[in-house]
Design a protein around this ligand. Structure first.
Ligand code: ADP
Length: 261
């Protein structure tokens, strides 16, 4: 019991005897702490864009005669911050939904080729010709939630693009493996030092906050990935070397395979 916190109540019982009832509150305190941290982080993340928007609104009301180019520049900055808040709120809602115990996993046959081709198209749009992106699909279809799997795999591919400088290579691959099927995305981007790897799926954990914001990250992407994979009994593997690149791989178990090609 050394690392546990117990609360004890003494309850009177027959013939002057007493019963000692103990509750282990270690777990509930840990969950409380996580909840407090989440609220603190989320509030902090929302405060920054709100401060920017409020600042420009104040300028607009104090200086109604601002020239049009300056005014347009302010509007553009405000709209970027509004979009940032929207991304953040959407990711927070997704995470809350995935964590809720009543949120059932609706499974169907996921057309992996179709899904990965869509993800490739979106990746090409995001990269806008700055990276060489390849896709190889050899694995089977699986049973799961198409929307959730789309969101997890899109997050991994988007990160590969965001954290790989112009001219880099991104290889997306779906293949059969001995006990199931594996998705992987390999980049030759900035990489991650070993001490950060085990914490990447924590909410709001980022190796470099300012870089993540610049690239429109919310810090919740890998937390969403982790929850989707948990719900599909899949596992995430991360291999990375700073300045060489990263591989994010997802192993789906044989039980979710639909049919082997
Ligand atoms: P973000 O929205 O900040 O990208 P994520 O949860 O998706 O949040 O990722 C957490 C952090 O992991 C990122 O801020 C980044 O530091 C690191 N990271 C994720 N993917 C990669 C990658 N492919 N290459 C380098 N760093 C990455």
């Amino acid at each position: 019991f050394r690392d546990r916190k117990l609360i004890a109540h003494i309850i009177p019982f027959e013939n002057r005897r007493q019963i000692l009832v103990t509750h282990d509150v270690t777990e509930s305190e840990r969950i409380d702490m996580m909840r407090r941290d989440f609220i603190a982080n989320a509030s902090h993340e929302l405060r920054t864009p709100l401060t920017v928007i409020n600042g420009f609104l104040e300028i607009a009301s104090l200086q109604p005669d601002l020239d049009i180019p300056t005014r347009n520049a302010h509007l553009k900055l405000m709209s970027e911050q509004g979009e940032r808040m929207q991304r953040l709120v959407e990711d927070m809602l997704t995470l809350t939904r995935l964590e809720s115990v009543d949120h059932l996993l609706r499974t169907e046959v996921v057309n992996m080729r179709g899904l990965l081709e869509q993800i490739l198209q979106e990746a090409e749009a995001l990269s806008a010709g700055r990276h060489q992106i390849s896709l190889s699909v050899e694995g089977p279809d699986i049973k799961g939630s198409t929307d959730e799997i789309r969101s997890a795999l899109t997050n991994l591919v988007t990160n590969a693009i965001r954290y790989t400088p112009q001219g880099g290579r991104i290889e997306i691959c779906w293949q059969s493996v001995e006990q199931g099927a594996k998705f992987s995305v390999r980049d030759n981007g900035i990489g991650i030092s070993p001490e950060h790897i085990s914490r990447l799926t924590e909410r709001f954990y980022r190796v470099d906050k300012s870089r993540s914001r610049e690239t429109q990250g919310t810090g919740l992407g890998l937390a969403i990935v982790k929850h989707v994979l948990l719900r599909h009994n899949a596992q995430l593997f991360i291999e990375s070397t700073p300045e060489v690149g990263s591989v994010f791989a997802v192993q789906f178990p044989g039980t979710v395979l639909h049919q082997l090609h």
